[in-house]
Design a protein around this ligand. Structure first.
Ligand code: HEM
Length: 429
């Protein structure tokens, strides 16, 4: 591009950025309002931190294709709670090696190993929902389900071990996007203590003999970037990352999917026409294909639309290591860039504000959709998340008819991931 045709980086003019930070946390349309005003790229400041926001396919692919000029970045609270070994906080070869190690837990054969247990969990959940007295907080049930899939199926934790991990994990999650000052009694101080207990527990798990019915044996003997075996402390931080990355996100996708079906009965009728023709349970070895795009196009269009309108990861970050050009705008070195997925998913031609899964079967979606990210940090758990969502969707809808309880707050709390404020109260018909 001719340098003279470069556009200057638009800025909101915020300096201290206290009001911008408050607006960011409280206004779900924070980014959209500013994109409408400044275009697809703008810079603002939040509590002293300059942040560039970008949206749209061109800007996002320009940024993520310049891998050598960017690196991963997380807010300080997330960085401290995940830990310095976590692959989310590593870059270059240290990141790549750990990704390769963790990716073993999400290979096709690993997913085949998980499938029978996930199918059983779906069956148990439907029995449990039939037994419970209404109103049932469905979003909480979805959280337990998503946590159990990772804790039981991937990490091999059962019973009280799993329950204790869950309660510490909830304390830890609450402080992820908080002020990272460890004042006694503050959410962050409690989360730091919970982190220590979580890591102790995860390290104990790793020190169990190989072949104790989890797939963690796949990690034994893993080497770091200079060929030295990864310490248990290092591996434990990777497992903590999996709980973080895989639990809240999938729980949000499941809750938002059920919420949309309950709010849009005509979509539920349309979906059930397909689901009623599918067999349940699937053959475990084939579970990841039985309800895929080819065999269950409506279900997959629904999932795509849910991830578009309520993306579990509304935005993720990079830091520029050198000046770079994105969609005709020069972004200086050492800037934090937020890839604003939530706003980007509604940016394009046509009515992108309405919920309409059918658009994905009619190839009528002009927005670039990257719910699992892209490039060298693309989500490692994508296949597991898709498997869980499809199995739960089919298993639950085949056996249950849910009815929404009136008079509740169905709006979404946005952070860390969208979730219905009153936990989506339902009864089983
Ligand atoms: C619907 C569910 C999920 C969504 C929407 C989602 C989305 C994402 C996104 C957008 C990223 C990219 C972040 C970046 O580029 O900085 C990411 C990264 C990641 N995800 Fe997921 N995720 C989901 C489920 C899962 C599950 C189930 C797991 C594993 C149990 C998982 C593990 C990871 C890991 C380890 C990373 C970090 C990759 C890296 O930094 O190299 N995710 N996810």
């Amino acid at each position: 591009m001719n340098r003279s045709s470069l556009r200057p980086l638009p800025t909101t003019g915020a300096l201290g950025g206290i009001l911008e930070a408050l607006a960011f946390f409280h206004d779900p349309h924070f980014a959209k309002k500013r994109f409408d005003r400044f275009g697809n790229i703008f810079e603002t400041s939040m509590i002293g931190q300059r942040i560039v926001f970008i949206q749209g396919g061109k800007a996002i692919s320009d940024l993520l294709s310049q891998q050598d000029a960017i690196e991963g970045w997380w807010p300080e609270s997330v960085r401290q709670l995940l830990g310095s070994h976590s692959l989310a906080n590593r870059n270059g070869s240290a990141h790549k090696t750990r990704r390769r190690v963790v990716a073993q837990l999400f290979s096709t054969s690993a997913l085949q190993r998980y499938s029978p247990e996930i199918i059983n969990m779906v069956n148990d959940l439907t029995v449990e929902l039939k037994r419970l007295q209404s109103p049932i907080p469905l979003a909480e049930e979805m959280r337990h389900f998503a946590f159990s899939v990772i804790a039981s199926t991937v990490l091999g934790l059962k019973g009280t071990d799993r329950d204790e991990l869950f309660s510490d994990f909830e304390i830890w999650t609450k402080a992820l996007f908080s002020i990272p000052i460890s004042l006694p009694g503050s959410p962050f101080a409690k989360a730091i203590k919970a982190r220590k207990r979580l890591l102790d527990r995860l390290q104990k798990l790793l020190s169990k003999p190989i072949n104790s019915n989890s797939v963690l044996d796949l990690l034994s003997g893993s080497l770091d970037e200079v060929g030295i075996p990864l310490a248990d402390e290092d591996l434990a931080e990777q497992l903590l990352l999996l709980l973080f990355a895989g639990y809240e996100t999938t729980a949000s996708a499941l809750s938002c999917l059920m919420r949309e079906l309950l709010l849009n009965p005509q979509v539920e009728i349309w979906l059930r026409e397909e689901i009623d023709l599918l067999s349940w349970p699937p053959t475990p070895d084939l579970a990841n294909m039985t309800y895929d795009q080819i065999n269950a196009p409506r279900l997959n269009a629904l999932v795509t639309e849910v991830l578009r309108v309520t993306p579990p990861v509304g935005g993720f970050f990079r830091r520029t290591k050198q000046p770079l050009i994105v969609d005709g705008v020069k972004i200086p070195e050492n800037r934090v860039v937020q890839i604003a997925l939530a706003a980007s998913n509604r940016h394009g031609v046509g009515d992108l504000d309405s919920f309409r899964p059918q658009r994905h079967l009619e190839n009528e979606c002009s927005a670039t959709l990257l719910p699992f990210g892209d490039g060298d940090r693309i989500c490692l758990g994508k296949s597991l998340a898709e498997l869980e969502i499809r199995l739960l969707g089919v298993g639950l809808l085949r056996r249950l008819q849910l009815v929404i309880i009136p008079g509740q707050d169905l709006t979404l709390r946005q952070l860390p991931s969208p979730s219905p404020r009153d936990n989506l109260l339902v009864e089983v018909k």
